[in-house]
Design a protein around this ligand. Structure first.
Ligand SMILES: CC(C)(COP(=O)(O)OP(=O)(O)OC[C@H]1O[C@@H](n2cnc3c(N)ncnc32)[C@H](O)[C@@H]1OP(=O)(O)O)[C@@H](O)C(=O)NCCC(=O)NCCS
Length: 183
């Protein structure tokens, strides 16, 4: 048993089954394997990162997310955490990973859409400094729910690097407190 089973990695087409396993559980309008095949193989403007686990008894993929990078803009295309690992700051860690990398590759601002009812995700985004800048009316076809457009501008390199460090630290702490034998 390792002390800390999570590590960050690039994602590829071979990860589509593990992605879909989470995608179908957490989104009411899941992307299809075909969309992920395009995103992971052909979309030159996109990059995807995952948080994998190193323990065979854990789900292989704990979280995944991606960015469409059109410098100076980075658009968060998706982000999701496996239900088994919610509330451990894996979402925060992954968001910091994505934003730091986008910033290194020329992004100076980040945008995303989020359901008006998705208070958990909005809280996460606000904690990074994202602000609501607009609305897309009836954006989601399943229930015709509106999307909030949220933007973080400018991307502050130092702040993001520090946030990345802190988020990983928090994940380590929360994992330790979840695993009594390691406490
Ligand atoms: C949104 C999501 C990615 C957050 O991931 P997570 O790892 O559970 O969240 P974190 O542990 O990193 O939370 C960071 C902060 O966000 C806020 N937050 C996260 N989940 C929350 C919840 N259920 N209720 C209230 N606040 C929440 C909190 O402020 C939290 O910090 P704290 O625990 O120190 O108070 C995850 O809930 C998810 O996968 N949801 C389904 C997919 C989705 O909605 N994706 C976003 C689409 S726009």
């Amino acid at each position: 048993m390792t002390d800390f089973p999570f590590y960050v990695d690039r994602l590829g087409e071979q990860d589509i089954p593990a992605i879909m396993e989470i995608e179908r559980q957490v989104f009411t309008l899941p992307w299809t394997p075909g969309i992920y095949r395009y995103e992971l193989r052909y979309n030159q403007a996109a990059f995807y990162r995952g948080i994998r686990t190193s323990e065979p008894h854990l789900p292989p993929l704990a979280a995944y997310g991606g960015i469409w990078l059109y410098p100076p803009e980075a658009h968060i295309s998706t982000i999701a955490v496996h239900p088994e690992f919610r509330g451990m700051h894996l979402g925060g860690w992954l968001l910091a990973i994505l934003l730091v990398e986008a910033n290194r590759r020329g992004a100076r601002e980040a945008t995303l859409e989020v359901r008006v009812s998705n208070v958990a995700a909005q809280k996460l985004y606000r904690s990074f400094g994202f602000q609501v800048v607009g609305k897309r009316y009836r954006y989601y076809s399943d229930n015709r729910e509106d999307a909030l457009i949220m933007t973080l501008k400018p991307l502050d390199t130092d702040l993001l690097e520090r946030r990345l460090f802190r988020e990983e630290h928090t994940v380590r702490e929360r994992w330790r407190s979840r695993t009594p034998s390691l406490a």
